[in-house]
Design a protein around this ligand. Structure first.
Ligand code: SF4
Length: 235
């Protein structure tokens, strides 16, 4: 909250100036001949920069969110989880069936694969942050539609603002294109450094794609090596 003291002081100076002018009109010899200069007013204190919202505040703002049609078919809203100060943030597309039931991101088979990847990198889920572009499950595991992404993306952006990760890894085409606001195919972006609001972004495959095409896992491993090298160099 802004310090109220300067505003109160300015109000007192205005009242004093008016009182002195009134006394001057009455002929009081102690009144100044000329009005007090405007520079006698204390300078305004610059407004402090807006405080970043916390994850708890963002979750509270979402409430029982009904900002798009996905609320009708979800069981739980899947906000995201992990360290609120994570250096590394993973962003997926949206909750699947198991995530919808549990209210947690990446807890189904794709989540198991992500856990394995993290373990091989020497990381735990608790030290990274995992979230999705849309927080409610698209029915039948379809991709989220543009209006659903548009409704939910502001909350992901607020999560990023709150966490301030040093690196973001986008998992799959939907998350990559939504965050980077591009239609460039994932095949062109995967494994190459991108940027979101100055934060380095490494697009890679979604774990559920890797479950279907295991031979592509090596590419995601190579992408994650780049991420780990970057984090090690920028500790
Ligand atoms: S997907 Fe996002 S915007 Fe849509 S209802 Fe769920 S939480 Fe709200």
């Amino acid at each position: 909250m802004a310090d109220p003291a300067p505003a109160e002081l300015a109000r007192l100076v205005r009242r004093l100036r008016a009182w002195l002018a009134y006394q001057g009109r009455l002929g009081w010899p102690g009144a100044p001949a000329a009005p007090l200069a405007a520079t006698d007013t204390p300078p305004e204190t610059p407004a402090p920069p807006p405080r970043r919202p916390t994850l708890e505040e963002i979750r509270a703002e979402m409430g029982d969110c009904r900002r798009c049609k996905l609320w009708r078919t979800r069981t739980h809203l899947v906000f995201g989880e992990g360290s609120p100060t994570a250096a590394l943030m993973f962003i997926g597309e949206g909750p699947g069936a198991e995530e919808d039931l549990q209210g947690r991101p990446f807890v189904g088979p794709a989540g198991q694969l992500l856990n394995n990847l993290l373990a091989k990198l020497g990381l735990s889920r608790e030290e990274v942050y995992i979230a999705n572009v849309v927080k409610s499950r698209p029915p039948g595991n379809r991709e989220p539609e543009p209006d659903e992404i548009a409704a939910c993306l502001p909350f992901l952006k607020k999560q990023i603002e709150a966490i301030q990760p040093r690196v973001i890894v986008t998992l799959g085409r939907v998350a990559t294109q939504a965050l980077l606001d591009t239609t460039t195919p994932l095949t062109k972006l995967r494994g190459t450094w991108q940027r979101y609001q100055g934060i380095p972004v490494m697009p890679t495959f979604h774990p559920s794609y890797l479950l279907r095409f295991p031979r592509e896992r090596l590419k995601t491993w190579e992408d994650m090596q780049k991420v780990m090298e970057f984090l090690a160099r920028h500790e």
